[in-house]
Write a protein that binds this ligand. Structure first.
Ligand SMILES: Nc1ncnc2c1ncn2[C@@H]1O[C@H](COP(=O)(O)OP(=O)(O)OP(=O)(O)O)[C@@H](O)[C@H]1O
Length: 395
């Protein structure tokens, strides 16, 4: 995410207790870290598990990001695609805010990375994307835009909810309507918010974002779920270079958006519709759902069929979450090391994918010299993190 990066709370070790008026939460392990905090798998005193998001109190940040998350989760209530709030509060002395919420499963990035092809099957991709949009529609209905839609910010549910997709992380969401439910007057210029790969054209151009910009990011997300080669700007990191490719994909290079995909004419109609919308426009979500369904039918799939991961039993949140993780001493360090390593690998799945891509290029002898330098760079980064954490934890 491109924004200020500080205030992480990633220091809780397995066994650490967070006490609230409602319950005592024992940290089992780190689930992930983001720009503003960390998320832990916790156990309550009655044995139930939950996800605990923690944000360090930072003087500079007058309104904690968690406040926005809590406000949104409260607003949407029991909506299908949102995690339920279990507890929330502030630990004044330790200087952090927390939000205990319903535990969900793996993120779409993790689920995709588990597949040999590194993308979902066409049917799963379209079905999942349709649910992702339902979540966004709900958010828009309540007057908020997300501004950071990407596969990492969606996850599948656990157990009976494996077929449900949840939207996560409202840290940079923004209210786009006023108290009278009217659309706010757009600001003259705005700073870049979100993630370069999934950012809308307006976001790149510092233009006020509305619901249609979430939809544009959602469309990139849909392609990211099913495109074997990834989005055309996948290997670029520089904001302006990415914008240039996104613009080209609206003109002479439109076909490069759909390399290897079927039913591209129908898919492209969705993007044409999204691109035709303006900041203040009301989105016709039904048109998009119907289009996705029709594309599925054309491709011989059922949009509601079980997803690619339906028959897998293990869940990331629960894997390795046994009592051993709470032991003292060396075992604790080892678990912590695995937790950190896992979280590093999770947050760097994109880099791993980049490495895989580069390795393929080398195998096919395309520009081998340049690519092997990049592979060396990424391998070095992974090795550095492993050595650094082993040294820090003395294991
Ligand atoms: N309810 C949950 N259950 C299980 N895992 C979760 C839950 N909420 C978040 N996570 C995981 O925790 C990690 C960090 O979550 P999240 O993106 O919400 O944090 P963040 O600090 O707001 O990050 P960002 O930098 O994107 O703002 C992700 O890997 C996510 O999948």
């Amino acid at each position: 995410m491109v924004e200020e990066e500080e205030g992480n709370v990633a220091g809780f070790k397995p066994g650490h207790e967070i006490v609230s008026q409602k319950a005592t939460y024992t940290v089992v392990r780190l689930l992930g870290e983001g720009g503003f905090g960390a998320v832990y798998l916790c156990k309550t005193n009655n044995g139930t598990q939950c996800a605990m998001k923690v944000e360090k109190k930072v003087e500079k940040r007058k309104i904690p990001k968690l406040k926005m998350e809590i406000a949104i989760l409260k607003l949407v209530g029991n909506s299908k695609h949102f995690t339920k709030i279990l507890d929330r509060g502030k630990r004044e002395k330790e200087g952090f805010f927390f939000l205990a919420m319903e535990l969900v499963g793996k993120s779409l990035v993790d689920l995709k990375a588990e597949r040999t092809e590194k993308v979902f099957s066409f049917g799963t991709g379209l079905g999942v994307a349709s649910q992702c949009l339902e979540a966004v529609e709900e958010l828009h209905k309540h007057g908020f835009i997300h501004r950071d839609l990407k596969p990492a910010n969606y996850a599948c549910g656990l157990d009976d909810n494996k077929h449900t997709i949840y939207i996560l992380d409202f840290g940079i969401a923004r209210k786009y309507t006023n108290a009278k439910k009217e659309i706010k007057t757009p600001r003259e210029t705005v700073g870049f918010k979100g993630t370069i790969r999934f950012a809308s054209l307006s976001c790149h151009r510092n233009i006020e974002m509305g619901p249609k910009d979430d939809c544009e990011s959602w469309f990139y997300l849909l392609l990211d779920l099913i495109l074997v080669g990834g989005l055309p700007w996948k290997l670029l990191d520089e904001k302006n270079e990415v914008l240039l490719v996104k613009e080209e994909c609206r003109k002479e290079k439109r076909h490069t958006l759909y390399t290897g995909l079927k039913h591209t004419v129908e898919l492209n109609k969705i993007l044409v519709y999204i691109d035709s919308q303006a900041y203040q426009d009301r989105i016709d979500y039904q048109f998009i759902y119907k289009s996705l369904e029709e594309i599925c039918v054309l491709a011989g799939h059922d949009i509601d069929a079980p997803y690619d991961w339906a028959n897998r039993n293990e869940d990331r949140a629960l894997a390795g979450a046994d009592e051993g993780g709470l032991n003292e001493g060396k075992t604790t360090s080892r678990y912590e090391f695995y937790g950190i390593l896992q979280s590093f690998m999770t947050t760097n799945v994109e880099q791993s994918q980049k490495m895989n891509y580069l390795m393929d290029q080398i195998k096919t002898k395309r520009d081998a010299k340049a690519h092997s330098a990049q592979v060396q760079y990424y391998s070095f980064r992974v090795m550095y993190h492993i050595v650094f954490y082993r040294y820090r934890l003395k294991i």
